[in-house]
Design a protein around this ligand. Structure first.
Ligand code: PHE
Length: 337
């Protein structure tokens, strides 16, 4: 081996020891980077040594190449290790910063549940669907024809005052009952008809048992030979299914312009003062004049109709004393159902 190579080798070994030592002592990635530049940069120490290859004999050059490569690799792999070390430290630091307490109790978001009014509507429609009734819906903004006239309530009829109607402009009004849906259905379809029409209705009235907006369900059955006893049978079946077999009910003669004969049904309700009868629904046989206004032949068809208040049903079933609580959306109340 020539003397020159030995000198180079010594020089490179010193450089390597020094550099590995510097890498070991580097405190951060920036320091590591400046070491890299001081060795491999344009004017770096190793770069300078490599420039001297021209001074060597042809015989020494490969040896020199081999020597420098080994040293280059050693320094590089040492640098890589240190780089990884810095990365790991950084990751650990950031994990420590965001340390979470996994023993903390979980925060549960409440899922909510169906409003009691919606529940009662579906309970009622379920019972009637077993008797072949299907659900129909209609608009809440109606006109005089569907809400009154076609239901045998002409302009000068006192029943119109009983309804405390909210009138809108251009002859429109907020429907006072769900009965307009029976007119809309009969105008579109021919008997047999078996429908239930649930929905919101509006009356200018407010106290603990009346709200200006409340919910009703209308029922209508039209066919040949529909009888009053069928009406009684259907309503008795329904009320026993809804309230339980032991609930006392009674039929009382009544008056509605759109039914003849008409009846109101009361159920027994227990209060602190003792048992009391509470009116729960209106019903009757469809008035012939209603059939005339939808072009049904009254000598061919008969029908039964009934209408009931949902809030009333819920108040009796669940012993709720004040109608306004349904609309306050207090979760402590709503979650009980
Ligand atoms: N529409 C009546 C009301 O709102 C209820 C009813 C419906 C009565 C159908 C008889 C027949 O008071």
């Amino acid at each position: 081996m020539s003397e020159q190579i030995i000198i180079f080798e010594n020089h490179l070994n010193t450089l390597k020891t020094q550099t590995l030592n510097n890498i070991k002592n580097a405190n951060n990635p920036e320091e590591l980077d400046s070491i890299r530049i001081s060795i491999f940069g344009k004017k770096g120490q190793l770069t300078e040594v490599l420039k001297k290859v021209g001074n060597l004999s042809a015989e020494d050059r490969p040896k020199f190449g081999k020597l420098t490569n080994v040293i280059k690799q050693d320094i590089k792999s040492c640098m890589d290790d240190k780089h990884q070390y810095f990365e790991r430290k950084q990751l650990e630091a950031s994990l420590n910063l965001k340390k979470e307490d996994i023993t903390l109790p979980t925060y549960f978001k409440s899922l909510g549940n169906q409003h009691v009014i919606s529940q009662v509507i579906s309970d009622i429609t379920d019972i009637f669907s077993r008797l072949g009734f299907c659900v129909k819906e209609g608009p809440e903004i109606e006109n005089d024809f569907y809400n009154f006239e076609a239901l045998n309530i002409p302009d000068d009829h006192p029943a119109k005052d009983m309804h405390d109607t909210f009138y809108l402009s251009d002859g429109y009004l907020l429907r006072t009952h769900t009965s307009p849906v029976q007119i809309r259905t009969m105008l579109k379809e021919k008997p047999p008809i078996r429908i239930l029409a649930p929905g919101k209705v509006y009356r200018c009235d407010a106290d603990t048992s009346h709200s200006p907006i409340f919910h009703q369900i209308e029922g209508l059955l039209v066919d040949q030979h529909v009888t009053f006893s069928e009406l009684k049978g259907i309503l008795t079946f329904f009320l026993k299914e809804f309230f339980g077999n032991d609930k006392k009910i009674r039929f009382r003669p009544s008056y509605f312009p759109f039914t003849e004969p008409s009846t109101e049904v009361d159920v027994e309700f227990h209060t602190k003062k003792g048992p009391q009868w509470l009116e729960i629904l209106g019903a009757g046989m469809v008035n012939r004049n209603v059939f005339r206004s939808v072009n049904y032949d009254p000598s061919k068809f008969t029908g039964l109709a009934f209408g009931l208040g949902i809030e009333r049903m819920a108040m009796i079933k669940y012993n709720i004393p004040d109608i306004r609580i349904f609309y306050e959306n207090d979760c402590r109340f709503l979650n009980q159902f």
